[in-house]
Ligand binder design. Structure first.
Ligand code: IPE
Ligand code: IPE
Ligand code: MG
Length: 243
């Protein structure tokens, strides 16, 4: 008698777009009686590790919060250290991003950074623009409220110029005016280090994202922690307002 194949459990969904608020570098360093810079250095290692793991685990888009528009409030020396690490990262990672077919995107007002960094970022974006693999989005000098205001301004100017009717402005048009235009919807937003707040990150985009707050400090986050986050996402029931 022919038997039907044993029923297999449906594969848990993989989030297409994951964003991470990489928090806890300072506390990681403090716990080791090291300067905060040591924590940020390990944080960069975690970025390398986790972005690679995300690609291996089938995530299409990884968006990382690297520097917020409020992080300028930190001591000048720390800001300088963070910019130095960014410079280092771009210099070292670009060839790997190209080799691994990764497209780099930057959200946030990165043009306010120092001129050489702006040039490096533009170069990295350009040199990876035709890559067709995963997308790595880095949020630099990013603030969600400013992003939303900029979109509103752009649409208001278009309306004033008669290019768009105010009543034609809807959620789709608004999304398209944000810096994340064209990316798949945010599925999973992770924050490390135990803090449970969004700190002005992706406020619009997180409307229906699953939120996951983990105690792990960012420098300790790795591929296994990411796999665990994806597994937790797979067990969530998303309803989008329906049943
Ligand atoms: C995250 O770690 C890195 C940035 C915000 C640039 P923190 O520097 O915020 O680390 P904590 O929160 O002080 O531990
Ligand atoms: C959020 O972390 C910004 C980044 C991770 C880049 P913060 O450490 O700056 O957030 P708050 O100040 O604790 O809210
Ligand atoms: Mg912090």
């Amino acid at each position: 008698m022919a038997s039907n194949p044993a029923p297999t459990a449906e594969a848990a969904p993989i989030p297409r777009h994951v964003a991470i608020i990489m928090d806890g570098n300072g506390r990681w360093a403090k716990a080791r009686r090291l300067p905060r810079l040591a924590g940020h250095k390990q944080g960069v290692e975690a970025v390398r590790r986790v972005s690679r793991a995300a690609r291996e685990q089938g995530i299409e888009v990884l968006t990382l919060y690297a520097f917020s528009s409020e992080n300028w409030r930190r001591p000048e020396e720390e800001v300088r250290d963070l910019m130095g690490l960014l410079r280092h990262f771009l210099r070292n990672e670009l060839k790997d991003l190209v080799a691994e077919n990764v497209r780099l995107r930057v959200i946030g007002d990165y043009r306010a950074l120092s001129g050489d960094l702006v040039a490096m970022i533009d170069d990295a974006i350009e040199r990876t623009a035709s890559n067709s693999g995963a997308i790595l989005v880095i949020a630099l000098n990013y603030g969600a409220q400013a992003e939303i205001v900029a979109a509103a301004r752009r649409l208001a100017a278009a309306a004033q110029a008669g290019e768009v009717a105010p009543e034609a402005i809807d959620e789709t048009m608004f999304s398209d005016a944000l810096t994340t235009h064209g990316l798949p919807p945010l599925d999973l937003l992770i924050r490390t280090s135990g803090e449970q707040r969004l700190s002005n990150f992706l406020l619009w985009q997180a409307a229906y994202a699953e939120l996951l707050f983990v105690d792990t400090l960012w420098p300790d986050f790795d591929g296994e922690a990411l796999a665990d986050a994806i597994a937790q996402f797979g067990r969530r029931q998303r309803r989008f307002g329906g049943l």
